[in-house]
Design a protein around this ligand. Structure first.
Ligand code: GTP
Ligand code: MG
Length: 198
């Protein structure tokens, strides 16, 4: 699939105010600073469509981007950033879970995982939450440029092992990406196209 248009539509902290147009929607979620906004820019060929930052906690709202006039990409705030106050963190959590529990047009959640790290408790908990809520999801490994190419497979295999250790029978569909090098763009877009027509 080629992306011809990508436009910012609206930011919200209230799920009920998200676009009501019934278009298929794909959401990027993951720990703060994992690269959600950067990946959205990479796959849409924009430098600054989604705002990015070296400091965690940049995206604080639910951001809808309309792609090719017929589907939405959604950039969400990160979870697990300790330096936001507890109260703010709870608000994040609540509207993130509200989003996942009420957005019927959500086709798939993309859970972003930094390829360099071992499975983090908060990611496993979030994956478990998605499983319990029966929300289809994939795993997107980010920042693949930060490890040598020869290590990618072993990092993915280690992650898979850790998921299985947490009672996941199998690894969900997964992608290896780098926002700085453009890795994984076509595979990710083709997957979105594939599940869109199912
Ligand atoms: P929050 O909105 O705070 O939750 O963060 P985010 O997940 O949206 O991360 P963001 O895209 O803002 O990126 C965080 C930092 O990681 C920025 O400094 C990016 O430049 C960097 N980054 C993101 N993706 C990549 C990547 O693929 N490779 C490298 N080397 N750096 C990346
Ligand atoms: Mg962000």
């Amino acid at each position: 699939m080629k992306i011809t248009t990508a436009e910012f539509i609206i930011s919200n902290s209230d799920v009920s105010k998200c676009p009501t147009e019934r278009l298929p929607e794909y959401a990027f979620i993951g720990r703060s600073n994992v690269g959600k906004s950067s990946l959205i820019n990479m796959i849409t060929n924009h430098k600054n469509l989604a705002k990015t930052s070296g400091k965690p906690g940049k995206t604080q709202l639910i951001n809808h981007f309309k792609i090719n006039s017929n589907w939405f990409l959604v950039d969400l705030p990160g979870y697990g950033y300790a330096r936001v106050s507890k109260k703010t963190k709870e608000v994040f959590q609540e509207f993130i879970t509200d989003y996942f529990e009420t957005r019927e047009q959500l086709v798939c959640a993309f859970v972003l995982i930094d390829i360099r790290l071992e499975a983090q408790k908060i990611d496993i908990e979030f994956i478990e939450y998605l499983g319990e809520s029966e929300i289809p999801f994939c795993i997107v490994f980010t920042k693949a440029d930060k490890i040598s190419k020869t290590k990618i497979d072993s990092h993915v295999a280690a992650y898979k092992k850790q998921l299985i250790a947490h009672n996941w029978e199998e690894m969900p569909p997964y992608f290896v990406t780098s926002a700085t090098e453009g890795t994984g763009k076509d595979t990710l877009l083709n997957y979105i196209e594939e599940i869109n027509v199912e």
